[in-house]
Design a protein around this ligand. Structure first.
Ligand code: PLP
Length: 436
C-alpha cells in the first residue's frame, strides 16, 4: 500500500509517475475564476475535451457543405451516426457492440427500458430500488407504476442503510430481493449511488434478481466512465447512463442504453417503437408493422442528434485509448489520497470534523467521496469555492467531490488539502492556528 504524505513533493512525485498525467492537457479547465481551479465536479459535469470542438466543427462544416446529402456524403455519414459509437461504448461498459446504443437522454431511456422490462402481472408487480435514489429515477419509477394503474407506495420497495450507517449492506439487498421473490417484477438500482458514492455489487444483485424471477436494470449515470463495468457477463437485462458526467460529453448530451443479447430476438417484448429501431434493410420501404432490429438498436426511436453526439465521440476516443482498467487504477490512488487528506485534516479540526460517508473499501466506490462536514455550515463551501476548489454542496452539510483520473492530478488533491486547512483556520476550527 502507498504511504501517502501531505506534501507538495509527494504529490509532484505521484504526478511524475502517473502514466495518465499527459491527458490533463487535452481538457479545458474553467478560467472564469481568479485562481487556477481545482475541478472536483466531474461527477456532475465533466470538463470539455479539446477535441470536442474539432469534431463538432466538422459536423457543422459538413452540414454547410452537403445539406441533406450529408446523411450519406459527410465524413461520418449521419444516417448511421450512432453506429460509430457501438464498439467504443461496448468496450466502455463491458458489452457486445450490438448490446449498446447511444440515443435520447438518460431519463427518457430509463422510461423506454421500463416499458419493456417492467411488466407487472398479478401479484408480481413490485420494484426494488435504492432509498435516496436520484429524483429523476424516483419520478420515472413512480410514473411507470401509475401507468400500470398501481400505487407507488404499495409497489416500490426502497433499500436503506441500517440505523447509524451510511451504506446499504449487500446482504440486506440480497435478503430483501429473496424476501419479495414471489412478487418482484423488477430490481432497478443506481450502480453507484449519486449521494453517497457507494458502488453496488451488480453481479450479485443481478443473480439474486434473476433467481427471484424478476428483471434487473441499472442506472449507471455515476457508473459509466467511473467503474470497470462488465455488463454482458454480469447479465442485467438493461442499463442506462448519461454521457455528461464522468464521460465529459457536454451538458445534457446523449445517453447510452444496454440491452442484454438474450432479449434481442424477442419480438413479443413490449416497447415504444420508432422508425430508427426498424429493420435496416427494409426501413425505407416505410411499411406498416414494426420489425425490430435484432439488437439494442431496436429501442432507438429517432435518427441521431448529431450535434449532441459529436462531443461524445471525441470523449469516447479518449476512454478507448486509455481503457477503464488504467483509469480505475489511478482512481484508487487518487481517491485514496483525498481520503488520507480529509482524515488528516479532520484530526486537526477542533469543534468540527469531516466524516466520509462513502465506503472506505476502494472496491465499493469510484472517484467520488461524500463528506459530512460536522460543525461547519455553508461557510465552508463558500470558502472552498472562493479559493478555487469547485466541489458540490448538498444541504444540510454534505460535500461531494470527485477527482477524476483523466484530468485531475495528485497536486490538485494536495492543493485542495491546503485550501481545506485554510478553511478550518478561517472558521476557527483548527487546532493549529485560529487565524490565517
Ligand atoms: C444525473 C442523473 C440523472 C439525470 O437525468 P437526465 O435525464 O440526464 O437529466 C438521472 N439519474 C441519475 C442516477 C443521475 O445521476
Amino acid at each position: 500500500m502507498i504511504h501517502y504524505k501531505n506534501t507538495k513533493a509527494f504529490a509532484q512525485e505521484m504526478d511524475a509517475n502517473d502514466p495518465l498525467a499527459k491527458y490533463r492537457k487535452q481538457f479545458h479547465f474553467p478560467d472564469f475564476h481568479e485562481k487556477e481551479v481545482i475541478y472536483f465536479t466531474g461527477n456532475s459535469l465533466g470538463l470539455q475535451p479539446k477535441k470536442a470542438r474539432t469534431m463538432m466543427n466538422e459536423e457543422m462544416d459538413d452540414w454547410a457543405r452537403y445539406g441533406v446529402e450529408g446523411h450519406f456524403m459527410s465524413r461520418r455519414p449521419w444516417y448511421a451516426y450512432h453506429e460509430f459509437f457501438s464498439e467504443k461504448a461496448a468496450r466502455l461498459v463491458g458489452a457486445r457492440p450490438d448490446e449498446v446504443v447511444m440515443m435520447n437522454s438518460l431519463t427518457t431511456n430509463l422510461h423506454l427500458m421500463m416499458v419493456s422490462f417492467y411488466q407487472p402481472s398479478g401479484q408480481r408487480n413490485k420494484i426494488i430500488c435504492e432509498g435516496k435514489a436520484f429524483p429523476s429515477d424516483l419520478y420515472a419509477l413512480e410514473s411507470q407504476v401509475r401507468f400500470h394503474n398501481l400505487d407507488p407506495d404499495q409497489t416500490i420497495i426502497e433499500l436503506h442503510p441500517r440505523e447509524g450507517e451510511h451504506s446499504i449492506r449487500k446482504e440486506d439487498v440480497l435478503a430483501t430481493i429473496a424476501e419479495h421473490a414471489d412478487e418482484l417484477a423488477l430490481v432497478m438500482i443506481g450502480g453507484v449511488n449519486y449521494y453517497t458514492g457507494q458502488v453496488f455489487d451488480m453481479e450479485a444483485i443481478t443473480k439474486a434478481g434473476h433467481d427471484a424471477g424478476a428483471f434487473v436494470g441499472f442506472d449507471l449515470a455515476h457508473g459509466a466512465g467511473n467503474l470497470h463495468l462488465k455488463l454482458h457477463d454480469w447479465g442485467p437485462d438493461f442499463a442506462v447512463w448519461c454521457s455528461y458526467k464522468y464521460l465529459n460529453s457536454g451538458p445534457g448530451s446523449i445517453s447510452g442504453a444496454f440491452v442484454h443479447e438474450r432479449h434481442h430476438k424477442n419480438e413479443e417484448l413490449t416497447r415504444f417503437a420508432g422508425w430508427w429501431g426498424y429493420d435496416k434493410t427494409t426501413r425505407f420501404e416505410m411499411k406498416k408493422g414494426f420489425r425490430p432490429i435484432p439488437s439494442a438498436e431496436a429501442w432507438q426511436l429517432s435518427n441521431a442528434p448529431v450535434f449532441a453526439m459529436a462531443p461524445h465521440l471525441a470523449s469516447l476516443e479518449l476512454f478507448d485509448e486509455i481503457g477503464m482498467e488504467a483509469l480505475r487504477k489511478k482512481t484508487r490512488l487518487l481517491s485514496g489520497y483525498l481520503e488520507f487528506m480529509i482524515d488528516e485534516l479532520s484530526e486537526k479540526a477542533e469543534g468540527a470534523s469531516f466524516e466520509i460517508i462513502t465506503p472506505r473499501d476502494w472496491k465499493q466506490r469510484g472517484c467520488q467521496l461524500s463528506v459530512l462536514a460536522h460543525g461547519m455550515g455553508k461557510n465552508l463551501f463558500n470558502y472552498l469555492n472562493d479559493h478555487g476548489a469547485i466541489v458540490d454542496w448538498r444541504d444540510p452539510n454534505v460535500i461531494r467531490m470527485a477527482p477524476v483520473p483523466m484530468y485531475n492530478s495528485f497536486t490538485d488533491v494536495y492543493r485542495f488539502g491546503q485550501i481545506l486547512e485554510g478553511a478550518l483556520k478561517h472558521l476557527g476550527k483548527s487546532t493549529l492556528a485560529k487565524e490565517v
